[in-house]
Design a protein around this ligand. Structure first.
Ligand code: HEC
Length: 271
């Protein structure tokens, strides 16, 4: 597998419009394909709770989950609306699975088991969307809505392998979508920006999660460096948004986009 050229799968999914919009406006270079440097490499999750606590707090996690649920509310109204938003529901489930998996590491005891329950519910939501079964999506969604207060904890809090939760294609689709939300908040007028800053902060935090998970997909140092850079710039952005500092937030996003571009440039394979 080493050195194999992986075809970049294109933007033909339901989230593609978002992804394309985000990229065209950001003027980003997208890898047409990329080289798998260490296909058989390690993919052990970061097991350092402090590393996750750098990114998120209980309040941030609750805010992200709430925002993700809100994002699919309309799609979950009926079997008909569901069928028109399968890709969106699928990715939302995976995002929630990532957040839940991080909770199994970030926090301890009962709270970690609730994180595992969130991950499993997220994966069940994803599966229901992949199988196009609305009724099967309703139950995990109901359980996700009870997070963190009253979700029933899973039997154990063992973290799952990150790569099994989201592949690179899914991650980058999520990343592009998060960036699109960030861009929208940052290009708003000052008054509007102040209203959007809180939600945008959740997207920036989520972007930091995506950086962490992207890191797990390869083992070479350069890849890890750009992934860590993406996480760090996302955190700076989240902080600027927390203090509703418009100028700082804009320049933080500019810096974040530089790390996207650097990695894309480094891993691009000429056709
Ligand atoms: C550590 C490396 C790395 C970083 C950092 C990175 N990317 Fe990517 N990106 C990739 C690779 C590799 C691909 C091709 C993935 C595939 O095979 O689909 C890709 C693909 C994409 C795609 C096309 C995905 C699709 O299937 O539609 C978009 C959009 C994208 N990246 C956006 C971003 C944005 C925005 C950022 C920064 C916030 C970013 N990326 C940061 C490595 C990276």
């Amino acid at each position: 597998m080493k050195g194999e050229r992986v075809k970049f799968s294109g933007r033909s999914n339901g989230w593609g419009i978002l992804a394309a919009g985000a990229i065209v406006s950001a003027g980003l270079l997208i890898p047409a394909s990329y080289r798998v440097l260490h296909a058989e490499g390690t993919s052990s999750p970061s097991t350092d709770p402090a590393k996750w606590n750098e990114i998120a707090s209980d309040a941030a996690v609750a805010g992200i989950v709430e925002g993700q649920v809100k994002g699919i509310e309309k799609s979950m109204k009926s079997a008909g609306t569901f069928r028109r938003a399968l890709k969106k529901v699928e990715i939302t489930g995976r995002v929630l699975a990532i957040v839940g998996n991080a909770e199994t590491i970030r926090v301890e005891g009962e709270a970690a088991k609730k994180g595992a329950a969130l991950r499993e519910a997220g994966l069940a939501l994803t599966k229901a969307a992949a199988d196009k079964k609305f009724e099967e999506a309703e139950k995990p969604l109901a359980s996700i809505k009870t997070f963190p207060d009253s979700i029933s904890p899973a039997g154990d809090a063992k973290p799952t392998d990150w790569k099994s939760l989201m592949d690179m294609d899914g991650l980058m689709t999520g990343v592009a979508s998060a960036d699109n939300e960030l861009k929208a908040a940052l290009s708003a007028k000052p008054d509007e920006f102040k209203k959007l800053a809180k939600e945008a902060q959740h997207w920036a935090t989520l972007m930091a999660y995506f950086g962490r998970v992207t890191r797990e997909h390869e083992t070479d140092e350069q890849w890890k460096k750009w992934s860590d850079d993406m996480t760090a710039q996302s955190l700076t952005l989240a902080k600027a948004l927390a203090s509703k500092n418009h100028d700082e937030a804009k320049s933080a996003r500019d810096n974040l986009l530089k790390s996207c571009e650097a990695c894309h440039e480094a891993y691009r394979v000429e056709e």
